[in-house]
Structures are given as C-alpha cells and as structure tokens.
Design a protein around this ligand. Structure first.
Ligand SMILES: Cc1cc2nc3c(=O)[nH]c(=O)nc-3n(C[C@H](O)[C@H](O)[C@H](O)COP(=O)(O)OP(=O)(O)OC[C@H]3O[C@@H](n4cnc5c(N)ncnc54)[C@H](O)[C@@H]3O)c2cc1C
Length: 385
C-alpha cells in the first residue's frame, strides 16, 4: 500500500518535531531531471544529500529535447497548471545559472503549425472559448503572413499557425553540472541502489535509521524514472512508461529561429548548427534501442513541413516515466513513512514540472510543509488521470 491519510506530511507522520536531525541526511536514488532538481532544492534548504546513480548514457533525461511549450496537443490545451508551475521552474533554472555560471534554459519562440484548415478553425474556436490562452500567444498567422524571420525559407505553413513564448532546457548540462557538484562535495556514488540493499530495520530509531552501503541516512528518495516500475517498494503505483525516439540532425540550409511543431512532431535548433527532431511514443517496447521504423517515422513527419536538406548524425531513445499523464507524483511511502519517499511521473514534461515538484518535496522533507494534493503520492488514488 502506498496511500496514507490525506494532507499529512512526513514530519507529522513521524510525530517528530521538525528538523530533529539537523541537517537531515538524504539519499537520492537516480540522477535524471528529478534527482538533479531535488538535489539542488534540498541543498538550498540545508539538507545533507548523497546521490547514487549508475551514470548510464541512455536515460529519459538524456533523451529529452527539453522543450517548454505552453499550449500543447490536438486540443490546444494549456500544459497542466502551467501558470503556477513554469514561473517557479524558470526561477530555479535562473538561480542555478547564477550559482554555477552555466546556462540551463534557452528561451526560443515556439511555432505551432496547423496541419489543415479544419485544425486552424478548431484553434480559433478554442481561443474564443478560452480567452486566457491569449496570454500565451505572441502571434496568430495565416499562410499569407507567416513570420519568415522565424520560419526561414525551408519551413512551410500552408494552413497558418501561431507563435508562443517557450524554449528548451539543456538536460545534459543540468545532469553534468549536478554530477560535478556532487563529486566535488564527495556526495556522489556511481552505482545502483536496490531496495533489498537498504537496511530499514532500525526504522524505530530516530537517528539516521536507514543503512546503505555502510552509510546512514534519515530518508531515501527514489527518483528512478521508469525503472521504478521494477522496484518492489512501488508495486502499487500504476506506471505507464512510454519509449520515445529522437534524431540529431545536420540541416545546413535550415534558417528557422524557432522551435517548429506540427501535429506532435518537432524540429528544434541546438548549438553548432545541429537540430533535434522527434519524437515517437511506444507503450509496448520499453527498451532504449533506436529503431529504423522510429527514424523513418520522424523523418516522414518532419518532411511535411521542412523541405531543406537533412542528414542524421545520431538516433537515440529513452523511456518516459509516466504515471498520470505528465503530472508528477511526489511523497512518502505509506509503509515506510519515515524512511522512503519518491519523485516520479514527470512524463513528457519533466523539464517544466521537475523543478516545481522537487521544490515542494524538498520543503515537505525539511520543513514539513504539506504537499499540494494534486502532487501528493498519498492522494494519487483521489486524483487519477
Ligand atoms: C524522446 C524523448 C523526448 C522528450 N522530450 C521532452 C521535452 O521536450 N520536454 C520535457 O520537458 N520532457 C521531455 N521528455 C521527458 C523527460 O525526459 C522526462 O520527463 C524526465 O527526463 C524524467 O526524468 P527522471 O529523472 O524522472 O527520469 P530519468 O531521466 O529516467 O532518470 C532516472 C535516473 O535514475 C537512475 N536510476 C534508475 N534506477 C536506479 C537505481 N535503482 N539506483 C540508482 N540509480 C537509478 C537512472 O540510471 C537515471 O539516471 C522526453 C523524453 C523522451 C524519452
């Protein structure tokens, strides 16, 4: 059972005074977007953090294009709680940039191309019914007044589209910068953590009750991504992971100055004249091997709006950790409330939701601040997808 009573926090469950162990010793399991964000959030609040990760090359966070797109999907919906979440996450990336001297978030306009006149009409109706969407619209255009300064000469927009403010997060920089800091502070353990290697038998003691690998901790937070579906501690959680493939491209003629999106397919500029294109969803095959079929599908989709030359430099894949669409889940384990927690379910939007969710979990751990019910693991059954 992973659910426990509504609205209670870790500190309340433990019936402990706040911050009895000062600073709390936390073991984070996994260095993807979730683990990295939680590390910095906990560090900010004074926790003593150790992080274990096997440093695998093909993870969801390594595969992420990191796109931040306010209005998404076939129904032109605003991303889940975007107005609440994104300002908070943006502040996190900006503060981390100031702290480390690295850039994490790269602002860039996002152009959504309509795939038909019917889709353009659907969008017009949607905005008429939901005027708040206009907050996220920089420009709505038809085929005749498409913004060539954003599209360049190789991207076609025969049915028009719209432009919104967005950008991309460099997840590799986020992970590598976090790993660098962990190594510098002797807090990095390059290895897997299995639940049977955790000794929870001292859980009745109040002082650093969890033993792992000869070290003692107050709390272990699993940020394992899709791998958590194999964790015996989380068998009750309805994981629905999805493999995604993407391509790294050279496109010498491409002159677009925006992320281009059409019917879920995207082409996004990176550094050094490289582009990324993606991506696919496969809920059956959850390996991390790129396939010829995936590559073909991405290239076919891109060719519906990009007419320039392209050459594929690399094909890659990762498995998105989905629990409840792309709505993250964080909280404390019902049977090990003092000692086990998790942050997972970042889905296909981890770059916008990860820092926000990690901030709430860090405050719940260190200060006993209640988690929002729509994030709280304890409320998962009450807030299904
Ligand atoms: C093709 C593709 C495109 C995407 N595009 C976007 C996008 O444009 N925008 C966006 O916001 N999101 C995107 N995503 C989603 C994004 O990648 C995820 O939301 C996010 O990276 C998930 O991070 P995570 O830390 O939860 O999981 P992961 O990235 O999977 O990280 C988990 C880490 O934990 C480690 N680990 C697992 N088990 C253990 C263990 N037992 N012990 C120690 N370590 C362990 C793993 O090795 C890994 O390093 C995309 C995903 C894919 C696959």
């Amino acid at each position: 059972m992973f659910l426990f009573e509504t609205g209670m926090t870790w500190c309340q469950h433990m019936q402990m005074p706040r911050r009895q162990n000062n600073p709390p010793r936390i073991l984070i399991v996994g260095l993807g977007v979730a683990g990295a964000c939680l590390y910095w959030r906990l560090r900010e609040l004074g926790a003593k953090v150790t992080l274990a990760d096997p440093n695998e090359s093909a993870t969801s966070s390594r595969a992420a294009a990191g796109l931040i797109t306010p209005i998404t999907g076939a129904n032109f919906a605003l991303s889940w709680r975007f107005a609440e979440i994104w300002p908070e996450s943006l502040k996190f990336y900006q503060n981390l940039a100031a702290l480390t001297g690295e850039s994490f978030f790269h602002p860039l306009p996002v152009v959504r191309l309509f795939s038909s006149d019917a889709e353009a009409a659907k969008f017009t109706r949607k905005v008429a019914h939901n005027p708040f969407l206009e907050t996220y619209l920089d420009l709505v255009f038809s085929a005749s007044d498409a913004p060539s300064e954003l599209l360049g000469s190789e991207v076609t927009a025969p049915h028009g589209g719209f432009v919104m403010p967005g950008g991309w997060v460099n997840t590799s920089t986020l992970i590598e910068e976090t790993r660098r800091e962990l190594i510098l502070t002797a807090s990095y353990r390059e290895q897997m953590v299995t639940s049977d290697a955790l000794d929870l038998s001292r859980s009745t003691n109040t002082d650093h009750p969890v033993q792992w690998n000869g070290e003692s901790f107050d709390l272990v937070v699993f940020c394992e991504g899709a791998n958590s579906r194999h964790n015996p501690l989380f068998t009750d959680i309805p994981f629905r992971p999805a493999k995604g493939e993407f391509l790294t491209l050279k496109a010498p003629q491409a002159s677009a100055k925006a992320i281009i999106n059409r019917k879920g397919s995207w082409l996004a500029p990176r550094h050094n004249n490289e582009w990324r294109a993606g991506s696919s969803y496969d809920f059956e095959r959850l390996d991390i091997e790129p396939t010829a079929q995936g590559r073909e599908q991405i290239l076919t989709n891109i060719s519906t709006f990009y007419s320039g030359e392209l050459s594929v430099i690399a094909a890659s894949a990762g498995v998105r950790p989905i629990i409840r669409k792309s709505q993250p889940v964080a909280g404390f384990h019902a049977d090990h409330q003092r000692t086990i927690a998790m942050l997972n379910g970042l889905g296909s939007k981890g770059c916008s939701t990860g820092p926000w969710a990690a901030g709430h979990l860090a405050h719940a751990i260190v200060n006993g601040t209640p988690l929002p019910p729509y994030l709280d693991l304890a409320q998962l059954a009450n807030n299904p997808q």
